[in-house]
Design a protein. Sequence first.
Length: 202
Amino acid sequence: MITSVLLIPILVPAVLALFVFIVPNKIKWAKEALTFIGASVNLIFIIALFQQNDQNLRFSAPWGALGIDFSLRLYQFSSFILLISSILTFLIVLYTFFYMKGKESLRLFYGFLLITISLISGAVLANNLVVLLFFSESLLIALFVMINTGGKKAFPVGIKALVLSGTADLCMMLGVGITIYISNGVSAMESIRISMDPLGTL
């Protein structure tokens, strides 16, 4: 299988999110339809990946400076987590169609909901610490914006989510720093490239 298929659960929801942001409000149900298509395609594709016999796919491309690659990996554990997350996000999308009916800021809510789906897939598939930090920190921002589309009353909830998720991310970054510090004979960049394979950190 072509390893670039790992980009599909990241790119498809992100591209559809852009269409949600630009679609005219006068087109009724367009935002909901695009969100449903994004969640459905994401779920169907991930189910297909989960059923593949070869669940050890890698994708890597040059990304930025310092020789750090944009690296993704699908293996048995990550494919299971990806499947569960896609099922949950699909159910959440169905629920929001009823809960958000008639409310304001639908463009922002559905747009960032699709971006959240994209970022979750990226975080699960991340195969090095830099890529993981990129997706997890971006996910924090997307969730904060999405929560705050609920109005003034939702702002305190958004702040709580920001603090809790931010604290968890800071702990993860502290772990990255400790990993780099204790790898005496390894350069900092090599430490950052440590695989996200659970066995790779033992």
